[in-house]
Ligand binder design. Structure first.
Ligand SMILES: [Mg+2]
Length: 219
């Protein structure tokens, strides 16, 4: 096994999703219909190929569901989903040892990247994790969401290595682990209990275990 780079998913991987969901309840309650419809649209668009323009496509699909104009739908996605939801992160902390783990990986000479199906940059600032990554990819910019191959290909390109040299770390079995493995990457699953017969190369709940495992692999 050869690893030259490690890429992390953000939501539910670098910080607990549950604490954010909890904090976002008042926000979500005020926008139940929007949140529900956007989740439906995302589920639909994840299965669809080809997609010409992801941002436009999801805005159009949301517009149809909410019976509003595509322009208004796009505005609501930007301000109410991407914008406001991130503010919730202000009071959320990363999982223990995340920062130490990323530093360990960098000390091992590995390139480190981060990717999310939601805008990445301001989120990293809010989690106080910015400045630690060589590449930051918002999957929408690759034209597709995970588990489509494009986000993983774009990631490898940005890192300047082949997909087979990348370890992808994520919390979603369906989107992160299956997507990364299908793209030819190694995959580490951040999960409390490993999935039975998992296809992940490693499963962990404590970031110190991830550091140890990678150190043993690259040694
Ligand atoms: Mg996730």
């Amino acid at each position: 096994m050869q690893i030259k780079a490690v890429a992390f998913d953000v939501d539910g991987t670098l910080y607990p999703n549950a604490s954010m969901y909890l904090r976002s309840i008042p926000f979500a309650l005020r926008r139940l219909c929007l949140m529900y419809s956007f989740a439906k649209v995302r589920r639909q668009v994840r299965k669809q190929r080809p997609v010409d323009d992801l941002a436009q496509t999801q805005a159009r699909m949301l517009a149809e569901r909410l019976r509003i104009s595509p322009e208004r739908a796009q505005e609501r996605i930007q301000t109410e989903i991407y914008g406001t939801w991130e503010e919730v992160l202000d009071r959320v902390s990363p999982y223990p040892y995340v920062r130490e783990c990323i530093k360990d990986l960098r000390d091992l000479g590995l390139a480190v990247a981060v990717t999310s199906d939601f805008p990445v940059d301001s989120k990293l600032v809010r989690l106080d994790l910015d400045g630690l990554f060589e590449c930051r990819l918002w999957t929408e910019q690759s034209g597709y969401l995970k588990p489509h191959p494009e986000p993983f290909e774009t990631l490898a390109e940005c890192l300047g290595v082949a997909p087979r040299d990348v370890l992808y770390v994520g919390n979603s079995y369906e989107y992160d682990i299956i997507g990364a493995k299908r793209a030819g990457m190694y995959a580490a699953h951040r999960v409390r209990r490993p999935v039975p017969q998992t296809i992940a190369d490693f499963s962990f709940a404590d970031f110190r275990d991830l550091s140890r495992w990678v150190r043993a692999v690259v040694a």
